[in-house]
Ligand binder design. Structure first.
Ligand SMILES: NC(=O)c1ccc[n+]([C@@H]2O[C@H](COP(=O)([O-])OP(=O)(O)OC[C@H]3O[C@@H](n4cnc5c(N)ncnc54)[C@H](O)[C@@H]3O)[C@@H](O)[C@H]2O)c1
Length: 308
């Protein structure tokens, strides 16, 4: 099929685009190369791809959707901490406004959309493992904008006939992980002997999800996800930051220099995905153990640091 991938130069979008191309699909990649983190990294991510530089807020979306049979909408302003304060405006623009425009254009053309939401919509969830029907209670403006994107998809499905399926990613990691997420700076500190800034006491835990598993889940949602539904795409293994640090130290064979800070605003204590719905309906389950995925990310980080 001819697929449009938004956010194609980003961390997950670049892996997804490569996987689609490897399966023989025609990929139209679009990205505005925002400076949320160094755009040089995004050019590096997109080396093997052809990515059009355009902003979903202003682009001619009807032209972009010409001949497209499916949209993977991964573009957005990620990250929890920067969504407090003046940065909030960018979250509204790049998550809510951009998605609203895309949903309208896709509905007009009758194109199916799979869009990225986040485990952040759960906030400090009521129950663990967390199912999709748990009441969303985001504790960051970022999470609120992602919940808004889900509700926009719902409104468009009801009124404009949009066919959309959502997925909630849980802390994705692996080669090309964003530098504002924990593992990339952690492994860079191990590789170049600098200090890692740890927020919180290390006891916060996450359903860490390897990017290859996240990509497989995303493809399964496009192929088999039911319109209007939302699926957790999360790692099978929950680990604390302290566990992850110990594992990274053993992989690198070095000791990490740590600088401790208080917990960051908007960071939840814990995430644990219940992936039963994705297993039953999509036949998808995370397959990569944390140690294996972390080894792959270490190889990527170490090579980048050595080449710098
Ligand atoms: N990485 C995770 O753990 C995680 C977890 C939950 C949800 N998500 C969501 O998954 C998606 C991909 O995340 P990622 O980690 O790959 O982030 P990323 O920042 O690496 O990729 C997002 C890309 O979208 C682009 N973009 C932003 N606004 C745009 C616009 N208006 N028009 C065109 N392009 C635009 C950015 O330049 C960036 O390259 C995001 O929507 C994010 O919120 C990610």
């Amino acid at each position: 099929m001819r697929a449009l991938v938004t956010g194609a130069a980003g961390f997950i979008g670049s892996h997804l685009s490569e996987a689609l191309a490897a399966e023989g699909h025609e990929v139209v990649g679009v990205d505005s190369f925002t400076d949320y983190y160094d755009p040089e990294r995004k050019h590096e991510n997109a080396q093997a791809l052809h990515v059009l530089e355009a902003d979903l807020v202003t682009a001619d979306l009807d032209a972009l959707l010409e001949g497209v049979e499916g949209v993977f909408h991964l573009a957005g302003q990620p990250g929890v901490r920067a969504s407090f304060g003046p940065g909030f405006e960018l979250y509204v623009e790049r998550n809510v406004h951009a998605s609203g425009r895309l949903f309208e254009a896709a509905a007009r053309r009758g194109v199916r959309v799979v869009y990225a939401s986040s485990s952040s919509v759960y906030g400090d969830a009521e129950t663990y493992p967390t199912r999709e029907d748990t009441a969303p209670r985001p504790i960051s403006p970022y999470g609120v904008t992602k919940l808004c994107v889900e509700q926009l998809a719902y409104a468009h499905a009801r009124v404009t006939g949009l066919e959309a399926v959502g997925l909630r990613y849980f802390t994705v990691y692996g080669p090309r992980q964003r530098p504002d997420m924990a593992f990339t700076p952690l492994l860079e500190a191990l590789a170049d002997g600098t200090t890692f800034r740890l927020f919180g006491d290390g006891s916060a835990s996450r359903s860490f999800t390897f990017v290859g598993d996240a990509v497989a889940g995303t493809l399964a949602v496009m192929e088999r996800g039911r319109p209007g539904e939302i699926y957790n795409v999360g790692g099978g293994e929950e680990a604390t930051m302290a566990d992850a640090i110990a594992l990274a130290e053993s992989i690198a064979g070095r000791t990490l220099a740590l600088e401790r800070h208080g917990a960051a605003a908007g960071d939840v204590r814990r995430t644990r995905a219940d992936v039963g719905k994705a297993a039953r309906e999509l036949g998808w389950a995370p397959a990569t153990p944390l140690v294996e995925g972390l080894r792959a990310q270490w190889a990527w980080v170490a090579a980048r640091v050595a080449a710098a």
